[in-house]
Design a protein around this ligand. Structure first.
Ligand SMILES: C=CC1=C(C)c2cc3[nH]c(cc4nc(cc5[nH]c(cc1n2)c(C)c5CCC(=O)O)C(CCC(=O)O)=C4C)c(C)c3C=C
Ligand SMILES: [Fe+2]
Ligand SMILES: [Fe+2]
Length: 350
């Protein structure tokens, strides 16, 4: 144990995706510009990304997205932001180091979060990307951004990153208990709808270059070098572990991927297509949960709870039961605390 580590002050930064400042079309446009110009989200060469994002997407999408945001916005603002703030406040009550939040896109930024910690004398930060599963567009982009900010503005600060936790027992138990508590008495199927990613992202992050995005590779295999970075694998493994914990048969569950954007092939099966076909296969009463998100947001409250419900009922489905994310549930805050404390202790091991 180094003396310096013991005397330096530690802190926690919780990082989530971020939301527009308001539902005004210009604010949504500014947010989408920063988000979609991230090379780990739309991974084309800069010139092609700029042509697609600024030349096409930003011409029409901001107005449409602003309307969607209006349906989930509350007096407290964006659900994603105020829920992350609630997690921060609850965590702050049970840990003895400062806790701040930062968003990958828009405000409060990662830089703002680090600055707030530094202003409190912190020089060693545990940064928690609030994504259970690894992807270029989740954990990787958060770490890249934080390192860029650290090197430029806070070279004296050390950051320890919490890795994806989709396979941690404490998280699986917490998610399983949370879902179990919210399940309706009668349901024909429980659907796990994860945010999608383009297939290309899975190929790009596979160090072994062996994943064929099929059942043998992503679903039935165990964690290995390729799966350490395979988002699709990690989503299936999350589901497998949760349903085993819940004692739910596999036949009663569905896995799907939502929120496609653009013309590329995204990982399948697609949530919207699934919702339109399952009623004809006898699923009339559906429960649905979105475990790629730890906090409710536009993609869960609007795309699933509102649009998804309409798609399902239009196709002949009857009862659609949306199961909220972990949000600021006490059992989840306990998990966040344990994961942060493990990394806080790592500083002593250097
Ligand atoms: C949970 C993990 C997420 C992954 C993986 C992800 C990938 C990804 N997203 C887009 C495009 C959009 N996503 C949008 C909203 C959004 N995405 C996530 C999370 C993941 N995205 C969240 C939590 C949210 C909601 C934010 C909020 O304010 O509530 C949007 C904006 C809304 C819209 O216009 O539909 C876009 C666009 C891509 C292209 C991508 C992977 C390449
Ligand atoms: Fe997204
Ligand atoms: Fe895979």
């Amino acid at each position: 144990m180094q003396k310096e580590s013991l005397s330096s002050k530690k802190g926690i930064l919780l990082v989530n995706l971020g939301s527009p400042r308001s539902t005004a079309v210009n604010d949504v446009k500014e947010y989408l510009d920063e988000f979609l110009m991230d090379e780990r989200v739309i991974d084309y060469r800069w010139i092609f990304r700029a042509l697609l994002v600024q030349g096409i997407i930003l011409k029409t999408r901001p107005a449409k997205s602003a309307e969607a945001y209006k349906t989930v916005w509350t007096d407290e603002g964006s659900p994603l932001i105020f829920i992350t703030e609630r997690i921060q406040k609850k965590l702050q009550k049970i840990v003895d180091v400062p806790v701040e939040i930062g968003m990958r896109y828009a405000q409060p930024s990662i830089e703002t979060g680090i600055q707030k910690l530094v202003d409190q004398g912190v020089s060693e930060i545990v940064l928690f990307p609030l994504y259970p599963q690894y992807a270029m567009s989740t954990t990787e982009t958060v770490i890249e951004k934080a390192e860029e900010v650290r090197k430029k503005k806070f070279p004296e600060v050390k950051i320890n990153y919490i890795q994806p936790f989709y396979n941690r027992d404490i998280y699986i138990n917490c998610l399983a208990e949370s879902i179990k508590e919210k399940l309706p008495e009668n349901f024909d199927a429980l659907q796990f709808s994860y945010h999608g990613v383009p297939e290309r992202h899975i190929y790009k992050t596979d160090p072994s270059k062996t994943c064929k995005i099929d059942e043998a590779n992503c679903i039935n295999s165990q964690v290995d070098t390729h799966n350490a970075y395979c988002y699709r694998h990690q989503c299936y493994k999350t589901t497998e572990a949760v349903i085993a914990k819940m004692g739910l048969p596999k036949e009663k569950t569905i896995v799907s991927f939502q929120s496609r954007l653009g013309k590329d092939k995204w990982i399948e099966p697609y949530t919207d297509e699934t919702l339109e076909t399952i009623p004809k296969k006898g699923v009339k009463n559906l429960a649905i949960v979105c475990p790629a998100f730890v906090s409710d947001c536009l993609e869960t409250l609007e795309e699933i709870s509102v649009e998804g419900k309409e798609q399902f009922q239009h196709a002949g489905g009857e009862n659609f039961h949306y199961i909220p994310c972990l949000n600021d549930e006490d059992r989840w805050i306990e998990v966040v605390k344990i994961l942060c404390e493990e990394k806080l202790n790592d500083f002593y091991l250097v």
